[in-house]
Design a protein around this ligand. Structure first.
Ligand SMILES: Nc1ncnc2c1ncn2[C@@H]1O[C@H](COP(=O)(O)OP(=O)(O)O)[C@@H](O)[C@H]1O
Ligand SMILES: [Mg+2]
Length: 225
């Protein structure tokens, strides 16, 4: 397996006015292609901050970040956005589907930002919706879907651009435990059958138990890996 992500002594300081908060205090971490990793820790331990930096949603304060062997620590916001659109898929606790678009349109959206043709975007979105078991619901809007179904659509949207890695921040946090396990089964299938690289942020032991590797954060530091 080759290394996809390498964090070297990453820190993150949030500043507001006079006060500073050290959310990450020096984190080193390596993620191999094809791995499925859980990041665990209590609320406030820095899980989302770490994920946002790895997913190009935010800059680190100090340290080095290598993605596919390239040092991406000092990219501009525009370069970060471009890398994010092409290499990263995200899944969030509250789905973040656009309410006025149906399932198919929500899944096609990332491809429009890449200026792919509508015909090709439609074809790719349909095939991914089928893969996540949502082919019967393509014309449903988010409010016509259950939480578990909305999360499947969100997972399809994360997958449609064929990203190098999918980051899921508390993906089961809004779901009942049975539906949460079904969503985790889908992630496991994507990892085992397609070799997808996945990072699942969770504070749920039932969820982290299903991952090959568990990284625990505490107060902005990696406690164990
Ligand atoms: N934008 C921000 N400004 C100031 N403090 C923040 C910001 N984002 C997060 N924090 C603080 O950083 C710490 C870690 O947050 P976060 O990474 O969201 O933790 P977790 O996801 O593990 O709950 C928390 O104490 C939080 O209050
Ligand atoms: Mg969080």
């Amino acid at each position: 397996m080759s290394s996809l992500i390498e964090l070297q002594n990453i820190t993150k300081v949030y500043r507001s006015g006079e006060s500073e908060f050290h959310a990450l205090k020096g984190i080193s971490f390596q993620l191999m292609r094809g791995e499925m990793v859980a990041i665990v820790g209590s609320s406030g331990s820095g899980k989302s901050t770490m994920m946002n930096i790895m997913g190009f949603l935010d800059h680190c304060s100090t340290g080095n970040y290598f993605f596919s062997g390239e040092n991406v620590s000092r990219l501009t916001d525009l370069e970060l956005a471009k890398t994010r659109n092409h290499k990263i898929g995200f899944v969030f606790q509250s789905f973040f589907l656009l309410p006025r678009l149906n399932a198919l349109q929500n899944v096609m959206l990332p491809l429009f930002y890449r200026e792919e043709s509508e015909a090709l975007a439609r074809k790719k979105a349909l095939s991914i919706l089928k893969k996540v078991g949502m082919e019967k619901f393509i014309d449903h809007r988010p409010n016509q879907l259950s939480g578990g179904q909305q999360q499947r659509v969100a997972i399809a949207r994360a997958l449609v651009g064929d990203p190098d890695v999918i980051f899921a921040d508390e993906p089961t946090g809004s779901l009942d435990s049975k539906t949460g396990i079904e969503v985790m089964d889908l992630f496991l299938r994507l990892n085992q059958e397609e070799g997808r690289t996945l990072v699942v942020v969770t504070h749920d032991k039932e969820v982290s138990r299903l991952c090959q590797r568990v990284v625990a954060l505490k107060d902005g530091l990696i406690l164990c890996d």
